[in-house]
Ligand binder design. Structure first.
Ligand SMILES: [Zn+2]
Ligand SMILES: [Zn+2]
Length: 388
């Protein structure tokens, strides 16, 4: 492995200390005040120029200009900073000090690797052009990336390409995956309230049973992906909540259903959304009940630019060898708000092996500190190659 930042180097030790400090002090979306303060303090200590603060509440943008002249090209590397509302069970000595909050997605590691790369590139700026470092809040459901764009990220700074990375449990340490096209799904939410006519549990004929309406809708939904979506496309429709009734002997007046839809293509998403509303409305009508259906668009699908994905593969081949880079990893049905940045600028989002660890969002998950110099080296290699 040809790593610029070596295992057990001074910078690795420093990154490990940052990572564990951030891990012990997790903050959820748009509340990353202590995390942003640590990032800011370390950037300042290293002498890296900060060009935006409190962007999207806690976001920070820093920049390093290469010392070689002759190029105005600028690229951006992005890391997310937020934690999750999970009770940590790792038992690590640096485990979360805040009950009910935890870095269970490894954003502590992502933030640290970007910070390490910024420090290294500031000291070794033998490249032409500029690299921006985007420390982004609120990836976990709140769309911090979108908010940074709305607050002018790409208007204030002329950035040509954007790059992101996520650690991947179960993928061996030192291995990577990157491909062109969709890598993460669009994630939408739906909910509905069915209103029927409640009554005595022993006299169903005097009621309209909201439970029956709900279960028939759930049942009919199973045919949407199976029978309406083109078999060559991929989609998930999961009803994840049913709430109805409070007593043994009462037929409830209302039922509530909610869930998630995951797709890769806009037309598939629109098809599913339309079918869902039609089925819910008509099944309710069939029973003389009514339904209030709502569908909320979440993150769009994360689409890698083909050329940029190939570029990232080249960078990784030089670093870890071709056999350690998977160009065919199946896209994940999970979602990622880096998708908003990729809608604005061509770039690529890669997966980096976290070794044998618990899954993302699991209370036993932990970012692998041995991955810190690997991920930071990837950032450095990418910059030195893109801005040769
Ligand atoms: Zn996550
Ligand atoms: Zn994540």
């Amino acid at each position: 492995m040809n790593m610029i930042i070596k295992q057990d180097s001074e910078l690795h030790k420093q990154m490990t200390s940052w990572r564990q400090t951030i891990h012990a002090n997790p903050e959820i979306g748009f509340e990353e005040f202590k995390t942003a303060a640590l990032v800011k303090a370390e950037l300042e200590k290293a002498g890296v120029e900060i060009v935006a603060e409190q962007m999207a509440v806690t976001g920070i943008v820093a920049v390093v200009h290469g010392k070689k002249g002759g190029s105005n090209k600028a690229i951006a590397l992005r890391a997310d900073m937020d934690a999750l509302p999970i009770h940590e069970l790792t038992g690590a000595e640096y485990a979360s000090k805040t009950d009910g909050k935890m870095h269970a997605c490894g954003h502590d590691g992502h933030t640290t690797m970007l910070l390490g790369a910024a420090k290294y590139l500031h000291e070794n700026n033998d490249f032409a052009g500029s690299v921006y470092f985007l420390f982004q809040p609120a990836e976990e459901g709140y769309g911090g990336a979108k908010k940074m764009i709305e607050e002018g990220l790409f208007d204030k700074f002329s950035i040509e390409n954007v790059y992101g990375m996520h650690n991947w449990p179960g993928m061996p340490l030192g291995e990577f995956a990157v491909r062109g096209g969709p890598v993460m799904a669009a994630a939408d939410q739906f909910e509905m309230t069915i209103t029927a006519r409640g009554g005595h549990g022993a006299m169903p004929h005097t009621t309209i049973d909201a439970v029956i309406v709900a279960t028939q809708i759930v049942d009919a939904y199973q045919a949407i992906v199976a029978r309406n979506v083109d078999p060559m496309d991929t989609a998930v429709l999961s009803v994840t909540q049913i709430h109805s009734g409070d007593a043994f002997n009462v037929i409830p007046e209302t039922s509530y259903l909610a869930g998630t839809v995951r797709t890769f293509k806009e037309d598939v998403k629109q098809l599913i959304k339309a079918r869902m509303e039609k089925i819910a409305t008509n099944i309710a009508a069939m029973h003389d009940a009514t339904v209030e259906f709502s569908y909320r668009d979440g993150y769009p699908s994360t689409n890698n630019d083909f050329e940029q994905a190939e570029f990232c593969q080249t960078v990784l081949h030089d670093m870890v060898g071709e056999d350690k880079v998977n160009p065919n990893m199946n896209p994940s049905m999970g979602a990622e708000d880096f998708s908003y940045m990729l809608e604005e600028k061509a770039g690529a989002y890669i997966m980096m092996g976290n070794g044998d660890s618990a899954d993302l969002h699991n209370p036993y998950y932990n970012f692998n500190d041995k991955a810190l110099p690997i991920g930071a080296s990837y950032w450095v290699n990418l910059v030195e190659t893109a801005l040769k």
